[in-house]
Design a protein around this ligand. Structure first.
Ligand code: UTP
Length: 404
């Protein structure tokens, strides 16, 4: 095995990963070789990182007014789908939450002031509303990362799953991508471990398949998955109105969207890319796109995504066949230097790589953009203070009469 791995690394110009191999005991040596053998090295391929975009044009979105007019009809369809066992939910909780600077999994953050109210608890309270209305449990799949899996599971157990049915919660761990330094070299996080980081929220589907959890979906005859982020404490999960509208539209997916707060708000927006529903990130938009307006005065690219999607399961296999683009982010990453010393840099020093769930929209045949009221459904906890912060989320919770 050592020879094979040495050869593989030599071809990639990465033999430094074995620099401390002889200092490791037998079991650590085996572990390192196995890890290297299983590493997803696609991040070393510059071609994959080149996410070439098509031609953008303004999208269609179902507006709040339009939804309001058919609300009861959509809710009936959505609730029936829940009762028929067609709906599952996927909580993406494998992120590192570095902007919040909370060392535990983000869902364990206490957003309460006068009482304890954890982010995970807010989400469970939200999904429980639908469970009660429908009179049926919704299977909830929770994606964790290698780094936070243990803490997350222990926290749910300790809090008795916040009143959810334990039998309807399934955890799975997302996969990792290696990190790379500024010289294009893979890194060691200790002498016997290659440095890796969670592979982004786009990894949910392939990780679900690989973990075996996906078999449960097929066996249970689920048809739709509502995929959502951990950090929006007003997140409506398995929202019957959204589900009903997507099913009624005949689309293979749906995305909740909110009207942008300002033309330059830093949010990904729905668009058409080469005529197909897609999402363009704020930093990919030209000034002209940011400020372009329709004849009625509204922004042409007005609908920001809030990481709440509905995917038809039978259409998801495409996501495995088509490789999602890999995005790279410059981050602070601890490592072992060439002398074997542990380094904990103060500034970003290396790249981590991620696939994004928003890139899955583009490979669906169709996607219904479904507008929701941001004051009622969008309270992201990204930062400690300022925009999208603990403070702003608390204000929005109060506005929605949620006791904190
Ligand atoms: P963010 O893009 O906010 O990333 O994740 P993050 O890692 O949580 O936070 P920062 O950027 O370090 O501050 C959006 C959603 O995607 C999930 C997060 O848990 C959150 O629900 N996510 C992100 C994953 O599940 N896995 C990942 O690898 C990245």
């Amino acid at each position: 095995m050592l020879d094979l791995i040495t050869e593989k690394l030599a071809i990639l110009n990465q033999t430094h990963l074995l620099k401390f191999y002889n200092e490791l005991d037998n079991s650590k040596q085996k572990k390192l070789l196995k890890q290297i053998d299983c590493l997803d090295l696609s991040v070393l391929d510059e071609k994959i990182l080149n996410n070439k975009r098509g031609t953008f044009s303004p999208p269609f979105a179902m507006s709040i007014d339009e939804i309001e007019r058919k609300k009861d009809y959509y809710i009936r369809i959505g609730l029936q789908a829940v009762r028929d066992g067609k709906i599952g939910a996927v909580l993406l909780a494998g992120g590192q939450g570095s902007r919040l600077g909370f060392e535990k999994p983000k869902g364990m953050f206490n957003i309460g002031i006068n009482k304890e109210l954890y982010i995970f608890e807010c989400l469970i309270n939200n999904i429980l509303e639908v469970v009660r209305e429908a009179g049926a449990w919704i299977p909830l799949f929770i994606m964790t990362s290698t780094q936070n899996d243990h803490d997350t599971k222990a926290f749910f157990e300790e809090h008795n799953y916040f009143g959810y049915s334990k039998a309807n919660i399934m955890f799975f761990v997302q996969e990792q991508f290696p990190t790379i330094d500024l010289n294009g070299k893979l890194m060691l996080s200790d002498k016997g471990t290659v440095s890796t980081a969670p592979n982004g929220n786009g990894g949910w589907y392939s990780s679900m398949v690989r973990s075996g959890v996906f078999k449960i979906l097929k066996d249970n005859k689920l048809e739709w998955l509502n995929v959502f982020a951990v950090d929006n404490v007003l997140q409506k999960i398995a929202d019957p109105c959204f589900i009903g509208a997507v099913i009624d539209s005949g689309s293979s997916s749906g995305s909740k969207v909110v009207a942008k707060a300002a033309p330059d708000e830093r949010v990904g927006v729905m668009c058409l890319e080469d005529g197909k529903p897609s999402i363009v990130e704020y930093y990919e938009m030209t000034d002209e796109m940011l400020n372009s307006r329709e004849p009625d005065g509204s922004l042409s690219y007005n609908y920001g995504v809030i990481l709440n999607y509905l995917f038809r399961i039978s259409d998801l296999d495409k996501a495995l066949k088509i490789k999602l683009p890999i995005h790279k982010a410059f981050k602070k990453i601890n490592y072992i230097d060439e002398n074997g010393n542990y380094q904990n840099p103060d500034e970003p020093n290396a790249y981590k790589f991620e696939t994004l769930v928003l890139d899955m929209v583009k490979i669906q045949d169709s996607c219904l953009a479904f507008e929701v009221d941001r004051k009622r459904e969008f309270a992201p906890v990204k930062n400690k203070t300022g925009v999208d912060s603990v403070e702003s989320a608390r204000e929005l919770l109060k506005l929605n009469n949620i006791e904190i």
